[in-house]
Design a protein around this ligand. Sequence first.
Ligand code: ITT
Length: 193
Amino acid sequence: MNIIFATSNLNKLKEIENLIPKDINLNNLKDLNFNEEIPENEKTIEGNAIYKAKFIHTKFNVNVFADDTGLEVEALNGEPGVYSARYAGKECNSHKNIEKLLKNLINNKNRRARFKTIIALILNGKLYQFEGIVNGLISHSSKGNKGFGYDPVFVPEGYSKSFSELSLYEKNKISHRSIAVKKLISFISKQLN
Ligand code: ITT
């Protein structure tokens, strides 16, 4: 079966490539010659995931899934959440987003946070959703050089290292994205059999 992963984030693509079994032929937006950013204007992570999947399905009429992910920090009432990508404003990048996050949490003892991924799948015209959550703590400074986004400041529950200090293999054992992707694969595999 052919399926498109509707993302322009190559790190996400790299993370999930190893998880997808051989009987699912994973393609990406470049394979469709689509090089634009899909707009993300919805107010929820679910809304953005569904919007991205529907956008590509409407344009290309293909089986497609999209991932929207947010970092929800308890002491910040769930922020940056759906605004994780542009937390530090329009001209932001991961470094600036992390800087703002650490500043907003300065002197705050409650470091509890979670990553939440929603995958929206459109298979044969029908919409399905899969969720993955990992709990953890926000560290006081960036640690490690692997991964992407907020990985340098996210220490998953039960670990003393940040996601950026873990290998891709180790992150994939426990991450929000891998939990959602495993549910997606299990669902698709049942449709194939
Ligand atoms: P898409 O093309 O798939 O939309 P994106 O980078 O815009 O790619 P999201 O909106 O889902 O993806 O991501 C929101 C933000 O959360 C963005 O700043 C990412 O860097 C960050 N993020 C997403 N997944 C992450 C992960 O596994 N670890 C750390 N940060 C992550």
